[in-house]
Design a protein. Sequence first.
Length: 386
Amino acid sequence: MGYYDEINVNTCIPISGGGISYKVSCSANGLKYTLDRYNNVDCSGSSDKSYSDIAVNSCIDPMDNIPGSVGFLKVNCYESDPYAVSQANADDDDVVAAGEYFLTVFSTPDCSDAASPITVNNGDCTTYNAAFSLTPPANSAWKAFKGYASTNGTVMSFKIYGDTACKSDSLIIEGAPGACIQAGNAGYKIVARPAIEKVDKAVCFAGTETVFLESGAVVQMEDVQLGDRIQVASVSDESLSFAEVISLPHGKNSQSASFIEIEATNGATIKVTPYHLVMSGTCGANDMELNLAQNIIIGDCMDTIDGPVMVTSATEAHGRGIYTVVTSHLDGVIVVNGFKASSFAISHAIANSYYHIHRALHAYMPGFDGVRSTIASVASQIASIY
């Protein structure tokens, strides 16, 4: 049997030299198909055999009852319209909006649990494995997805596919930007990020933020050097000490970035990217832990070298230059502008654990720069993500 790339449903497919033909129809949701086999080449009359309700991407032998004949095929069902918006919004889907979208997937249908968003280009086919390091079962109808922002910015659409090439769509969800959209036992939020506002996917501090050196000097983040000893904090006993800077994941740069600028009752401020982790909690509750900067709200408390202080404002700002530092201290918590914060973003545990390799080499093989530089290079890539 030949390979057919794209064929309309209910179209007769003749098998050259085989004396038979097929027709395929798809279920309304695109998850299953029916294949009818005919003992002629023009699909006339009644079908000889029907293979009904077969899951898309399943391998079948449509000649299983013909002696001496073997042939296998897989069928995907998908719409010809490449856009994920419904026909009710046909005026919105004539052109895919440029730029990116933020996708947050929640494990609860009401979007009530904590989850970190990912940033994806509009219209990109993205596998769940690439986005979330998940490997769906072979028969799963959820293997990849595409998201779209309508050109007028009022509709966010999300299409889930049963294959990694985004051809067999299995579910379409849509709603207003930022709304919680329920799909099965999960919830989704999609927020448009137009191209005009596109900035680097930065996860660090602004270069103007300061650290305190053991020498007593205060230096801006962009001026920190390898070997400097800066103030750090212990997670277990909240003690303060100084540790050597062993890695600077970002060199001098002018990368565009969005920041959250947080101000506290003591007048101190910190400017950090939305997904960076800062030590915060409920005032008076003794529950300080690392949280995403974008989740800090007025009335929360931030942990500082002088104890918790209440947040009085948290506003979005734009700027250029992103920096962070990694020290030899195992906890990976540094002091910036007097605030306690992680050296990393999104997942402190993953990034900090990886840097333990670099810390060990630094401690036991201080002169072995070849290995250290290799580890530092890889670790820096980790830090640029987390």
